[in-house]
Design a protein around this ligand. Structure first.
Ligand code: MN
Length: 309
């Protein structure tokens, strides 16, 4: 399948990884009008890639998405999060089957609009568990992921496991745990998806989190501690970007931010978006693209000067 022309040459520096933005920065839905505003806004803000949430794959029009990406010269990734009704680590075979069916459908849609990365909380429910993960839960997850990684490979997709904080899963709260899961699954197309918002809660340092998964790190979310404007919270982006540059990271780096100004019926409540962190999507996105490009530029200069983490 032909994929949309990569827009990096148009927007970014040649040595900068593709910079992306989550659709929910602009719109909470994916009608033609909404998708058009997301993709046009992402291109205007200087991004190379747009991340499309696929929580409800049946409602997404892949052909329309493909067309709009082509029109604006952007590429796309796809992300999702499971619920307790579709948890592939569940002790119920029926629940696991429902999760695998949903993820398969979502991956098919992602491939149809040219995505290469299928990421997010793709291994458990995205929600608060009332107990620690059991050995049985881990094994159910491993078995499900083996099947799903094979389906992803057939579709030409990398399958990302997003490491999230303890209130959103009980399975993968650190990048070291994600590396263990990937080792147990044993699939070449499975990657670690790191997110600075979650890292800031769970990991010892931002750099240590990157170094622990450097051999399988393939997707990055950049989010501030309150999920608003980058640089206005407590995340240590300097050391995080320096670690990315030090390990020669080349995958997508995607900005994620949520405010009650833009609401998704499927995602906003799951992510506990209760507050208004910003109003102006365009200003937020433009600021984030510049911030991320500048962080990468500074980190790459230090890398070139021989700085090692
Ligand atoms: Mn994230």
């Amino acid at each position: 399948m032909r994929r949309p022309v990569h827009a990096q040459a148009m927007h970014g520096r040649a040595d900068t990884p593709p910079l992306g933005v989550h659709a929910l920065v602009f719109e909470g839905g994916w009608s033609r009008e909404e998708a058009g505003r997301v993709i046009a806004g992402s291109a205007r803000a200087g991004f190379d890639l747009v991340e499309v949430p696929l929580l409800d794959p049946d409602t997404l029009d892949a052909a329309m998405t493909w067309e709009l990406l082509e029109e604006h010269g952007l590429s796309a990734s796809a992300s999702t999060g499971l619920t307790f009704e579709t948890d592939i680590s569940s002790s119920s075979a029926d629940v696991r089957a429902a999760g695998k069916a949903l993820l398969t459908k979502a991956m098919q849609k992602a491939a149809q609009f040219g995505a290469r990365h299928f990421v997010g909380v793709t291994y458990s429910a995205m929600g608060k568990y009332a107990q620690p993960a059991s050995a049985e839960q881990w094994q159910h997850c491993v078995a499900s992921l083996k099947e799903l990684a094979a389906i992803a490979a057939d579709l030409g997709l990398e399958y990302g496991l997003e490491v999230v904080n303890r209130y959103e899963t009980n399975l993968l709260n650190t990048t070291a745990q994600a590396m263990e899961m990937i080792a147990d699954v044993g699939a070449d197309n499975m990657l670690v998806h790191i997110d600075t918002y979650h890292c800031n809660i769970e990991e010892r340092t931002m750099a240590a989190a990157v170094l622990a998964c450097k051999d399988r790190l393939g997707y990055v979310h950049i989010g501030e501690s309150h999920r608003g404007y980058l640089g206005t919270g407590s995340v240590d982006f300097g050391s995080f970007f320096q670690a990315l540059a030090a390990v020669d990271y080349t995958g997508p780096i995607t900005f994620e931010s949520f405010s009650s100004a833009v609401v998704s019926p499927t995602l906003s409540n799951a992510l506990c978006v209760w507050r208004d962190l910003w109003e102006d999507s365009e200003d937020l996105a433009t600021h984030a693209q510049r911030y991320m490009a500048a962080q990468w530029h500074a980190a790459a200069m230090n890398r070139a000067a021989g700085v090692r983490m």
